[in-house]
Design a protein around this ligand. Structure first.
Ligand SMILES: C[S@@+](CC[C@H](N)C(=O)[O-])C[C@H]1O[C@@H](n2cnc3c(N)ncnc32)[C@H](O)[C@@H]1O
Length: 286
């Protein structure tokens, strides 16, 4: 008889202390925006992805969302993020993917709990250079951050979809403009969790997703400029590696990476890889 695998859960903690944020409340540099009602759908959303406008304590550096001159976007207090009634717009069984800055991991867990989800796992976004090495242009007080965390939580009981069993919990891409998350996250989430999908604090419309956020409308041009060298794009060494070392075809690489055939070709060209003639047998990998 085969038993359903049971997801590991934390032991209940008898001596749980009240949560105290390590981040002292600070005044916003620009007024906080109103919070519009969350979208609703019959039966509730089954999967939510959110990238909240966390308010950092140290906002003097250029990375701060509210940096006076760069003026990227308004932020919210932890309390106001926690107060969003995500629970009532999600199905009884649902998944949550929640972006949290490394410095605010405890706050991320707090938000997750307030929204009615329990933390079960995470996905790490590793920011890579074009040549595949870690993109060390990030900032950080203790370490230079080249990763960001996407917390994964479950409400009720719902396993990930079958393709998730072979999905590694890492997204490796080149980074883009300030706070912009990789588009690869959508394919990742759609492979692992069922719709209907809701993105909170979205900045761009997305097919197959309901988007909510004060910059989510197509009519709004998101603030924050794209800096030179931050346009994202493929990691060429990965594509070249699959082609040359693993002897995969362009179609196989496209299927494996989710990149279009055109992008794979372009990446091989950019990396100066000599292409095999179509129809020729593949070289043997020793
Ligand atoms: C961290 S950014 C989201 C970035 C996005 N995930 C991306 O990859 O481009 C947070 C977003 O929340 C929006 N926001 C700030 N205050 C808000 C509010 N009160 N209601 C809705 N959205 C708000 C900001 O304008 C910004 O677009």
């Amino acid at each position: 008889m085969s038993a359903e695998p049971v997801a590991p859960t934390a032991e209940p903690c008898e001596t749980r202390t009240e949560f105290k944020s390590a981040v002292a409340p600070v005044q916003p540099l620009r007024p906080e925006d109103d919070v519009a009602p969350l979208p609703q759908i019959a039966g509730g959303f089954q999967t939510v992805m959110a990238d909240p406008p966390w308010r950092f304590q140290n906002r003097t550096g250029k990375v701060a969302p509210e940096h006076r001159r760069l003026d990227r976007y308004s932020t919210m207090t932890l309390e106001n993020i926690c107060d969003l009634d995500v629970d009532s717009v999600t199905a009884n069984n649902a998944h949550l993917y929640l972006w949290v800055p490394n410095a605010l991991l405890p706050e991320g867990l707090k938000v997750m709990e307030n929204w009615g989800f329990r933390y079960v796992s995470n996905v790490i976004w590793a920011k890579r250079r074009k040549d595949g090495g870690p993109d060390g242009r990030g900032v950080g007080f203790y370490f230079r951050n080249v990763t960001e965390i996407l917390l994964f939580g479950v409400k009720g009981s719902m396993r990930t979809l079958p393709p998730a069993r072979s999905q590694v919990n890492m997204i490796e891409t080149r980074k883009r403009e300030h706070s912009r998350k990789p588009d690869e996250q959508y394919d990742f989430i759609e492979r692992c969790s069922p719709g209907p999908y809701l993105e909170l604090f979205a900045r761009y419309p997305r097919a197959n997703w309901t988007v909510w956020g004060n910059e989510a409308s197509e009519k709004v041009q998101p603030r924050g400029k794209v800096y030179k060298g931050y346009q994202g794009g493929v990691i060429e060494s990965n594509v070249a590696w699959l082609y040359q070392q693993e002897n995969k075809s362009i179609r196989e690489i496209s299927d494996e990476t989710g990149l279009s055939i055109r992008k794979v070709n372009q990446s091989l060209d950019d990396a100066g890889v000599e292409k095999r003639r179509p129809g020729r047998p593949k070289a043997r990998v020793s």
